[in-house]
Design a protein around this ligand. Structure first.
Ligand code: SME
Length: 159
């Protein structure tokens, strides 16, 4: 693996296209889940400088805070609660242009204005979510959804 990143300047899509092969390199040969999720969070933060990027992992029927970059965050989220718990319950990606308009949104940081949450589904079961927050409205779109899903698909989950 290479321990340095080349941070491409360009459109959002160009940035993902440049970052994803580098992420593959970072994950290659490493099977430890926490190590890999930590590097993905750090690489996404370095490339995009979102307010918050990280993972919640399903543990005993709750989402528990996992590797992340950004301000400290709430540690546990119940199924169906907030954007993360809703993405888990509905097993769908949620793109939230204005978090204040999302019923039950959990405000870990008052600076967060928009958010995307993708469920991580392994063998038909949600094992966690990837969550990204931005300090401006309407930041995330289908381009983020597509490439963040590609990134999730790179992760090898313990069986
Ligand atoms: N806003 C999320 C909670 C997690 S923080 O954004 C890191 C939610 O409503 O589920």
């Amino acid at each position: 693996m290479s321990e340095s990143l080349y941070l491409h300047q360009g459109t959002k899509e160009e940035q993902y296209v440049s970052l994803i092969p580098q992420l593959k390199g970072l994950l290659e040969g490493e099977t430890d889940l926490i190590a890999n999720l930590s590097n993905i969070a750090a690489a996404l933060k370095a490339q995009f400088n979102w307010l918050w990027i990280g993972f919640y992992l399903v543990k005993q029927e709750e989402l528990v805070l996992g590797p992340f970059q950004g301000p400290v965050a709430c540690t546990r989220i119940q199924k169906g609660r907030g954007v993360c718990g809703s993405a888990w319950a509905t097993e769908t990606t949620l793109i939230v242009p204005d978090v204040e308009q999302f019923p039950g949104h959990i405000a870990c940081s008052g600076l967060s204005k928009s958010e995307i949450v993708l469920p991580i589904i392994v063998n038909g079961v949600v094992v966690g979510v990837l969550d990204a927050d931005h300090s401006t409205l309407q930041h995330f779109d289908e381009v983020d959804q597509r490439y963040l899903q590609e990134i999730i698909d790179l992760i090898e989950w313990p069986r």
